[in-house]
Design a protein around this ligand. Sequence first.
Ligand code: NAP
Ligand code: ZN
Length: 408
Amino acid sequence: MPMSRQSQNKATQSHPRSQRVAGWATLESQPSAQKLTEVDESMMRRALALAKKGAGRVEPNPMVGCVIVRDGRVIGEGYHRRFGGPHAEIEALHSCTRNPRDATVYVSLEPCCHHGKTPPCTAALIEAGFARVVTPFYDPNPAVNGKGLRRLRAAGIAVTTGVLVHEAAEVLAPFLTTVRLGRPYIIAKWAQSLDGQLITPPGESKWISCEMSRRTVHRLRARVDAILVGVRTVLADDPLLTARDVPLRRQALRVVLDGQLRIPVSAKLVASSKTTPTLVFTTPQALNTKKAQQLTRQGVELVASKTRNGRLLLGECLSHLANRRVTNLLVEGGPTVLHAMLKARLVDEAWAFVAPRLIGGDPQRCCLANVFANTDPRAATVERSGNDLLYRLRLTDLPRAAEARRWK
Ligand SMILES: NC(=O)c1ccc[n+]([C@@H]2O[C@H](COP(=O)([O-])OP(=O)(O)OC[C@H]3O[C@@H](n4cnc5c(N)ncnc54)[C@H](OP(=O)(O)O)[C@@H]3O)[C@@H](O)[C@H]2O)c1
Ligand SMILES: [Zn+2]
């Protein structure tokens, strides 16, 4: 929950009436194996805080932070700043104000031991002569998965695992979800009235939430890899689904579920697809149509997916997105798609903006009332967002990181 946690803290400070109804910290956590010192925990906390600074810039890589401590003093720290850039350990090493020989490294994920975009961090740590490496758990990436720690131990470096496992899993949840479950980490966001309606009456403005809430959504869009909607939202609202007026590394991939290729060629998503990519999941039959050719010519990418009961198979669409390294997916609706995602228990986090108004109308069609039966949030927060309340619910357990081996 990288950025959300920060924004929650900020919101809590600036809005005294904000209330934490149940902390993320109440989530189930793994027992730690070793006797850990308070220093270990506080340094790992610092490494995790640094890690979160990479939110929106490092994906699909994990956010990782690193602190180097010698003789009880922090002599270096760093974090993975951008995709393809140096890893946290290397950033921290380069920042050292003293010789790091015999120092302790606190790093929020197992150091890598393979040649990826950069050389392995284990080699750099061994060469620098560190005495000890402290980390929460294995990197679940099969290319690492314990091998990094084994290499460090073989070089005579003491290794401690199991430090702040739960907190680290929270920061690394999108990365862990993609690697371990083969689907992106999913945040579903919607705006609703007090009576639970997500759709405004015909002829009225489509906006339910206030301007401040919409700004929050733009910040959220700026840090995800893809944004998904159902075709009826495109037909009703003609959205652009870009992040606007916020600092940005790149626009997210825009994704539409559209079995019959009903998306208009004149839609903003289509017209802008040469500058900001748009992907439409559809049926194999729809691919062989004139409409498909028109859309492709405009720059829209079409991907065929199987169907069940006339609806595209969500699992297939999601694994396609994970395969192309979509780590964070924002689902923006409408109610039909949100309903399907929630019912299939695919939503990891829900962000519900609740506006102080009553809309009325058919509760079956426009609200999510039925899907929350037997869905107890694992954790929840609430904060003020202008005139609205923003409820954030965690709906899935944190993905379990690989069990840290009990190093003696
Ligand atoms: N309040 C909010 O936060 C919010 C957000 C977004 C939209 N909206 C409003 O919601 C309305 C549109 O919502 P909606 O519920 O009518 O439609 P929707 O969720 O936008 O789109 C639903 C369509 O997606 C397609 N689809 C393909 N595979 C699917 C699958 N596996 N599961 C579900 N849908 C699948 C289906 O069309 P095919 O059968 O043709 O494939 C389905 O009819 C608009 O009025 C919009 O303004 C509100
Ligand atoms: Zn590395």
